[in-house]
Design a protein around this ligand. Structure first.
Ligand SMILES: [Cu+2]
Length: 125
């Protein structure tokens, strides 16, 4: 039992030590994995429902350098893990905006927003 506890602490400290917090240009809290050099960033994306979630997340699928995407319906927060040598945070947000969804810094074009199904046309800020 005591051994398991020490082992857990060891794992935890290892996980913490390979992750370092840094500020991205947009002042979001970004996590950089020192081993893989991948960056995990989070930002707000507008949207309503499960269909929005599908569209938002699949706007990044198949892109080289993207290894994880998750948009939360309730918090509207998008979490994305990517290789900064393959793409930039701006290009990621542009892809999402192209699919019709506003991000915190890059907004969708009117025509792309209008192209969304009625139920997915979120209230624009
Ligand atoms: Cu929707």
């Amino acid at each position: 039992m005591q051994m398991t506890k020490y082992f857990l602490i060891l794992i935890l400290t290892t996980v913490v030590s390979i992750n370092v917090n840094a500020k991205s240009p947009t002042n979001n809290l970004a996590t950089i994995n020192k081993v893989t050099h991948e960056v995990t960033d989070s930002f707000e994306v507008s949207g309503n429902c499960g269909m929005c979630k599908k569209t938002i997340e699949s706007s990044l699928s198949g892109l080289e350098g993207i290894s994880y995407v998750n948009w939360d319906i309730d918090s509207k927060i998008m979490i994305v893990t990517y290789d900064p040598h393959a793409l930039t945070l701006t290009s990621i947000k542009q892809k999402i905006a192209d699919s019709g969804y506003d991000t915190d810094t890059i907004k969708a074009k009117e025509e792309n927003y209008e192209g969304l199904p009625r139920c997915c046309q979120y209230d624009r800020k």
